[in-house]
Write a protein that binds this ligand. Structure first.
Ligand SMILES: *Cc1c(COP(=O)(O)O)cnc(C)c1O
Ligand SMILES: [Zn+2]
Length: 419
């Protein structure tokens, strides 16, 4: 696994041992001097690099959540609500039915605004303050806008969000609205929104806080750190596999970076790195296509459709970081149908774990890969569930049982129950 290696010698551009490095050409840049999202020379994606990489002992035992891991982040503290420290649920019935040695669910819907996006924003908004920008902006399938609105509000900054008209779940729009974001409903899909907001950011109109921003992924890296620590402390080993829903592939990239840094610091052996397993909806699966065809890039899908609106994305911007992550860890990518997603959402709910549709894709994917024999019976698996059930009340109501009208008296209710 040669590409798990990082060079850790700081270039002259480094600020306090932190710098940005282009993943394509290796050029380094100062981290907080100017606003920069991609490489000046080749337009490649940037990643945050550190002179010193932490081991387990360097994390703060007095804290739980994202900032416990400040030794792996560019700052000691962020604009915080606070975030992270989410539960790692047991799901014994699903574990038994799917047929793996161990199945745990990392429920990121338990973050302050109900999705893992909060982990990225606590770092991203902190960086925006460091650089000294005015307005914050993002394109979003919903959860990024909710998180940006809340963290922007917390930081006392103006926020602008671009949403695909009619394709964002009700809970997410409500959050962005109440937390005070200016909401633009774009006549187009998520990828169009991202094209526009990237143009605006390039013109200096706003600071971009999509996952193209490498600092977002630093915060999201802590999902991996938490999973490894929780699983190790409770199960005595690291999980064999982590399955997650994939939209822009930011989390896939962030988890891979987490593992590479731990291997580099000596905190994790190469053979302990979990297999990254990405799951997409069939109607929106450019990453799966790229993995299946052995491509080193994704081909943009112009028409995407799925009930799991959070992953309704045809042009995953972090693919160049995420594809090597899936391959180098021995993982895979798989597509599932909307009905398989809804079935998994219902099964999770029946174990008390309430998630939005996109989140349930991780369970649906593992179920499918187990049937195909790609996931083995002796594996210990963690599924990431990315957002809370209440994010998409309409999808939940549709997947759940119908309310039954009854008369307003006890006798009538009893009659109804007995009929
Ligand atoms: C943003 C989001 C995703 C997609 O995550 P990526 O890092 O873009 O792949 C999946 N599920 C939910 C609920 C999300 O909000
Ligand atoms: Zn470059």
């Amino acid at each position: 696994m040669t590409s798990l290696e990082l060079t850790a010698e700081a270039p002259p551009e480094a600020d306090d041992g932190v710098w940005l490095s282009c993943i394509e050409c290796g050029e380094s840049f100062a981290p907080f001097d100017d606003v920069r999202y991609t490489c000046d020379d080749c337009d490649g994606l940037l990643e945050v690099r550190y002179e010193d990489l932490p081991t387990w002992d360097d994390f703060d035992d007095d804290q739980w959540g994202v900032w416990r891991y400040s030794a792996a982040l560019p700052f000691e503290e962020g604009v915080s609500l606070p975030e992270g420290g989410t539960p790692l649920h047991d799901v014994p019935r699903l574990e038994e039915e799917i047929g793996v040695d161990r199945l745990r669910v990392k429920h990121e819907g338990m973050n302050p605004t109900g999705s893992f996006k909060d982990r990225g924003m606590t770092v991203g908004v902190r960086v925006a303050k460091e650089i000294g920008v005015g307005r914050l902006a993002c394109a979003s399938t919903g959860n990024t806008s909710a998180a940006l609105a809340a963290y922007g509000a917390r930081g006392g900054m103006e926020t602008l969000v671009l949403l695909p008209a009619g394709k964002v779940a009700a809970g997410k729009v409500a959050q962005a609205s109440l937390h005070g974001a200016r909401i633009l409903e774009v006549d187009g899909n998520f990828d169009t929104c991202l094209d526009i907001v990237q143009d605006l950011a390039g013109m200096g109109e706003a600071y971009l806080l999509n996952s193209l921003n490498p600092f977002r992924l630093e915060g999201q890296k802590t999902i991996g750190l938490e999973i490894l620590e929780q699983f190790r402390d409770e199960e005595g080993s690291y999980p064999d596999r982590i399955a997650l829903p994939v939209g822009n592939a930011g989390n896939t990239a962030a988890l891979y970076k987490c593992f590479r840094e731990l291997v580099e610091s000596g905190a994790l052996d190469e053979d302990e790195v979990p297999k990254l397993t990405g799951v997409q909806a069939e109607g929106s699966a450019p990453m799966v296509e790229a993995i299946e065809k052995g491509w080193d890039h994704v081909e943009r899908w112009d028409h995407v459709e799925t009930r799991a609106t959070a992953i309704r994305i045809g042009n995953p911007v972090n693919a160049p970081k995420a594809l090597p992550g899936i391959r180098e860890t021995g993982g895979t990518a798989v597509a599932v149908t909307d009905d398989e997603i809804t079935a998994a959402q219902r099964d999770l709910a029946e174990e008390g774990v309430g998630v939005e549709p996109a989140s349930a894709a991780s369970i649906a994917g593992v179920r499918k890969l187990r049937k195909e024999g790609i996931v083995d019976a002796d594996e210990e698996v963690v599924c990431l569930t990315t957002g809370h059930l209440l994010k998409d009340p309409d999808a939940a109501a549709e997947a759940g049982s119908e309310p039954e009208p009854v008369p307003g008296d006890t006798e009538g209710v009893l009659d109804h129950l007995r009929s």
